[in-house]
Design a binder for this molecule. Structure first.
Ligand code: ARG
Ligand code: ZN
Length: 874
């Protein structure tokens, strides 16, 4: 059992830094096992006080400490495992330190480490303290000069932030480079990369006519696979100029791809570092989904240059200031690149898959949290995706033009500073003259509001009374919830699917769409001039991150599925119908007539010539098993899976000929295109096949085998393999073997091979996954590989993970504990699937809980895993 409970850090305890750093000079003597880091900091006391100088530093081997050129006596300073304290220092001085670190031995992948024989770094949030002593907090902004020295043959490229100001050869086969970054930055944006890398070079001319050199660095031989990322980068730069008036500031922008990385990517100033899975793509090895993600993440990290780097966070509680805002920006960019509706549906699906369960369980937290043990645990769907929804609502409430004005003011007022969410919102209050204090509650109140919609139509008066009410269930630490200002976009359709106009009470002109802001627990709105009984299309475009509960009859949803001009709600109507049918069946009350009717309506929707293929592909995919688990209480994953598969089988049988025709007709000829249109056609073709897989008769098995064998790109190869996985048996095994043989030299593809097996619905899935943990290609030290197998099984295979034996839970706990020994951040990210224990059938919940208890009781557990597992138990 742990003896001491770690103490949380609280937002209310924020104090400005006691000392500021103006200049940082770093000198790296790179050696894999013993790198020397010399640092020269120009420091000054911040305000009048007599506090000692305290600098963060973890796992640093001290070599020397000097102030203003004089070495300090051993008793003049104190070193603990977490910091260096010097009791008495002048008001302004130069501190020189030297430490030794071991990048090769660093398997936590935080600080300076080695990946594939190259040096790379990850400092956000608190990794810089593993490199040198420093006030490792985002509100200390300094100018950096970095000198890197290494063996020239082993490490031909030496990169850091800013501009290369000097480089050259040295005696003994060594060489050096000096990088200067003119922009003051917090230390979490520091980066260093050294090693053998191929370069893809391009350039971009900014709106003011400056030429910026663009460089992407990848493993030798991989430069062609960076072309799509380069193209995405140039489009991002242009888009940020056009949409937000933001121009890039340095003369050089670099991206490096690394194979071993705990997250997606990192926005270090002028030197972004990417997980190679989010950078490298070509048609043979990457799916359309990979392309989409690359485009989105390249944009995300680039956009951080303004929202994150030039304006950064005062403290880590403000993380959503940069992350929610930057996700909002990258989502808007992707919508402009690929079509707003399809993008919106995908973003909402991701929100429901990741954020809604978080918000409904013991790990629920505010978009701006008020305490934490390890900030790394707060890089969550709530901070990122819900944070983006909050910005989106702000834009909906203020209108596009006022939103842009507020952003302009934010950039002007806060450029070069570390600031807060309050300061951000204040900009919008100032430009609009609106009181946004009630809106601020979106940052401070956790939990997903439930929006209830109740419509009463008075045929005689031609009036509709719409009662909207909201409620949010308690979350840990927040038993009482307040109503939030909820923008609800809505419109009306008659029962033939024609748009109905209406007059909102108090307005004269008839309209076909309105946005009302529900800011009370309950409000009744009256609409007049409504010609006939309407189907009410509420929360168009998913105008607020809430769960809608509506008593509207199924026939209204069918009207929407066929004709809602808001395509988001057209899709949503299909999801709602499917959800109700699946949950009814899971509860032992199948609605056979309803299922037939649904199948027919889906058939008609698929025939709609006006609808885009990408949209139809989304229509065909039913709510996921985990989405359904979040809304059923208590959740029974086995019953949900059976009911969902049975509805899929009905669709596959009822629509069999239509799906096969669709699948055949969309076969691609000619050159591969990564365009959104071509990807949409592939998505629909693969969605048709996936649905057919629910009816594993010979013609469908043969079709999947043929699809897999004929695949000319990775999207189709994975589509075929996934369909075979759903049907199981010999054809799947053969395809797996063929796939492995073809791709065994490509780690990013082999990750997919592990992941598809982890999603297998067959009874022996856990046995297979266990077997794969001893496969020669399995490597728990590589986060991509580890997540592909263990993460996919725990989060992407609910029916097998929640096996009544509890073996799935035990397996996950074993894996968390094993990885926690060397990589706490990656281990901690896997706690979430156990966190929802309260929402599951009590027999399952007890088994989940038991594993959490076992984890918490483990000696030597990291703070990361301890925080999440213990909160999950509360
Ligand atoms: N700031 C990075 C991004 O672009 C993510 C950094 C993740 N760091 C962490 N400790 N979780 O979203
Ligand atoms: Zn980010």
């Amino acid at each position: 059992m742990r003896t001491e409970t770690p103490q949380p850090i609280r937002l209310s305890d924020y104090r400005p830094p006691a000392f500021l750093v103006d200049e940082v000079h770093l000198d790296f003597q790179l050696e894999p096992n013993a790198t020397r880091v010399r640092s020269r900091l120009t420091l000054r006391r911040n305000g009048e006080h007599a506090e000692p100088l305290r600098l963060d530093g973890v796992r640093l081997k001290p070599v020397s400490v000097a102030i203003d050129g004089r070495p300090l006596a051993e008793d003049a300073y104190a070193i603990t495992p977490e910091d260096l304290t010097i009791a008495s220092v002048p008001d302004a001085f130069v501190l020189e330190t030297e430490v030794e670190i071991d990048p090769e031995g660093n398997k936590a992948l935080e600080g300076l480490y080695m990946s594939g024989g190259r040096f790379c770094s990850q400092c956000e949030a608190e990794g810089f303290r593993k490199i040198t002593w420093f006030p490792d907090r985002p509100d200390v902004l300094a100018r950096y000069t970095v000198r890197i020295e290494a063996d020239q043959a082993a490490f031909p490229r030496l990169l850091s932030n800013g501009n290369l100001t000097q480089s050259g050869a040295l005696a003994g086969g060594r060489h050096f480079a000096i990088w200067t970054d003119p922009f003051p930055k917090p230390c979490y944006l520091f980066a260093l990369v050294a090693g053998e890398l191929d370069e893809l070079a391009d350039s971009f001319v900014t709106m003011s006519g400056r030429q910026v050199e663009l460089r992407i660095y990848v493993d030798p031989g991989m430069a062609q696979r960076a072309l799509y990322a380069m193209d995405s980068l140039k489009r991002s730069m242009k888009w940020d100029e056009e949409t937000f008036g933001r121009e890039y500031d340095l003369d050089l922008f670099m991206i490096v791809a690394v194979r071993d990385f705990n997250f997606g990517a990192m926005e270090n100033k002028g030197l972004n570092v990417f997980n190679s899975s989010l950078l490298l793509a070509d048609p043979e090895t990457a799916t359309d989904f990979d392309y989409e993600r690359i485009e989105g993440v390249v944009a995300h990290e680039y956009f951080h240059n303004w929202t994150g780097n030039r304006i950064t966070c005062r403290d880590w509680f403000q993380l959503c200031l940069k992350e929610g805002l930057t996700v909002f920006r990258d989502q808007s960019f992707s919508g402009d690149m690929r079509g707003a509706v399809v993008q919106r549906i995908k973003d909402v699906k991701a929100l429901r898959a990741r954020q809604f369960p978080e918000d409904a369980g013991p790990l629920a937290h505010q978009v701006r949290p008020s305490s934490y043990l390890k900030i790394d645990n707060f890089y969550t769907a709530t901070i990122y995706e819900k944070g983006a929804e909050v910005i989106r609502m702000l834009k909906t409430i203020l209108g596009a033009e006022m939103f842009r004005k507020g952003m302009d003011l934010y950039f002007e007022r806060w450029d070069g500073h570390a600031t807060t969410v309050e300061a951000f919102i204040q900009c919008f209050a100032d430009v609009s003259g609106k009181d946004l204090s009630a809106f601020f509650a979106w940052y401070e109140q956790a939990g997903t509001p439930k929006l209830e919609v109740d419509a009463a139509y008075d045929a005689e008066a031609k009036a509709l009374e719409l009662t909207l009410s909201q409620a949010t269930a308690p979350t840990p630490g927040q038993p009482d919830k307040q109503p939030l200002p909820l923008p609800v976009a809505l419109g009306l359709l008659d029962l033939d699917g024609e748009v109905l106009s209406f007059r909102q009470e108090g307005t004269l002109a008839p309209a076909t769409e309105a946005v009302v802001v529900l800011d009370q627990a309950r409000q009744t709105l009256r609409f007049e001039g409504v010609a006939s009984e309407p189907a009410v299309s509420v929360l168009r475009g998913f105008s607020a991150p809430v769960r809608v509960v509506s008593a509207a009859p199924a026939k209204h949803r069918y009207v929407q599925l066929a004709a809602d001009p808001d395509l988001f709600n057209r899709w949503e109507a299909g999801q709602d119908l499917a959800r109700d049918l699946i949950l009814a069946r899971a509860a032992g009350e199948p609605d056979e007539v309803g299922e037939e009717r649904f199948a027919e309506a889906m058939g008609r929707a698929l025939n709609d010539q006006a609808a885009e293929p990408a949209f139809k592909a989304l229509l065909l995919s039913l709510p996921s098993e985990s989405d359904l688990a979040v809304i059923s209480a208590p959740a029974d994953p086995a019953a949900i899976r059976e009911a969902r598969e049975s509805l899929r089988a009905r669709l596959a049988i009822h629509l069999g000929d239509q799906l096969r025709r669709l699948h055949g007709g969309l076969q691609e000829a000619g050159e591969f295109s990564a365009s959104a249109e071509a990807a949409g056609r592939r998505a629909l073709r693969n969605a048709a096949l996936e649905l057919l897989a629910a009816d594993p008769r010979a013609i469908n098995v043969d079709r999947a085998v043929g699809h897999f064998q004929a695949a000319g790109n990775m999207t189709d190869a994975m589509g075929g393999l996934a369909a075979l996985m759903l049907m199981g048996g010999e054809p799947f095994e053969q395809a797996l073997t063929a796939f492995y043989e073809r791709w065994k030299a490509e780690p990013l593809v082999i990750d997919k091979w592990f992941a598809v097996q982890a999603r297998s619905p067959s009874e022996d899935a856990l046995g297979r996954v266990l077997g794969l943990t001893t496969h020669p290609d399995f490597d728990a030290k590589n986060p991509n590989r580890f997540r592909a197998l263990v993460g996919t099984f725990a989060a992407g295979n609910p029916a097998r993970f929640h096996d009544p034996s509890g073996d799935g839970y035990r397996f996950l706990a074993d894996q968390i504990l094993a990885v926690d020994g060397f990589n706490p951040m990656t281990a901690a990210r896997l706690v979430e699937p156990l966190g929802g224990w309260r929402r599951y059938r009590p027999e399952l919940g007890a088994l989940m809980r038991a594993q959490l208890e076992r984890i918490v009781a483990t000696e030597g557990l990291s703070k990361n895993v301890f925080e999440l597992a213990s909160r999950a138990l509360e």
